[in-house]
Design a protein around this ligand. Structure first.
Ligand code: ATP
Ligand code: MG
Length: 194
């Protein structure tokens, strides 16, 4: 599983998911769209679940290694990865579960809900992210994989749209179309700096 707020999805997310599948020989990567990203909601406005789900679906369309997953949205409430992994485990008891993370997310694992249980629930696969050294907390079974280093974040893309700049070629075309049609990110709500 590769979870995120995907507000909006960008080529860093997409290439990370595909490279993980290829290098770690995964059958499929589930792009898990967070319902309520509890570590973010208090610092900025989050786009609606529907908008984020539609953007991720439009981005993944046609790529057989990727599948959009709305489990966290359907479950409702704060999105905790451990609960999602437990649901996936009960749906497919014999599958190996791999949690795919960028370096920044991997380094923060200890702050996640039930971090102790997470350690035994899955293998963690970490992609480098520009400017972030990988130092996941101890006790996780960690694999690394290579991704093109793309210095892009959703935060920066939201700001670009708010300032009237084009995000084409950084965001998959299908998601750009949704941003335009629904006039997302026209006002800069961000007060997080990353
Ligand atoms: P924001 O700026 O809003 O935090 P983001 O670009 O970091 O957005 P998230 O939805 O927070 O995207 O991240 C989901 C996952 O994607 C995390 O594991 C994160 O580390 C990873 N990720 C995000 N951008 C990249 C990138 N450019 N390269 C590799 N991994 C990335
Ligand atoms: Mg982030």
């Amino acid at each position: 599983m590769f979870g995120g707020t995907f507000d909006p999805p960008h080529i860093g997310h997409m290439v990370t998911a595909v490279r993980a599948a290829e290098q770690l020989d995964l059958d499929v990567v589930l792009l898990v769209v967070a319902g309520v990203p509890w570590q973010k909601v208090r610092s900025r406005a989050i786009s609606s679940e529907r908008d984020r789900l539609d953007m991720v679906a439009a981005s993944a369309r046609g790529e057989r290694l990727l599948e959009v997953c709305d489990l966290e949205i359907r479950r409702g409430g704060d999105s905790h990865t451990i609960e999602t992994l437990e649901s996936l485990r009960s749906m497919a008891p014999d599958d190996d579960l791999v949690l795919i993370l960028g370096a920044d997310a991997a380094n923060g694992l200890d702050s996640w809900e039930r971090a102790e249980d997470l350690r035994t629930a899955c293998t963690v696969a970490v992609a480098d992210r520009p400017g972030v050294s990988v130092a996941p907390p101890v006790g996780f079974l960690v694999e690394r994989f290579e991704v093109p280093q793309l210095d892009i974040s959703s935060t920066e893309l939201r700001r670009m749209v708010a300032r009237g700049r084009s995000v084409r070629f950084l965001v998959p075309d299908g998601a750009v179309a949704i941003i335009d049609e629904r006039r997302l990110y026209r006002v800069d709500h961000d007060d997080d700096r990353q």
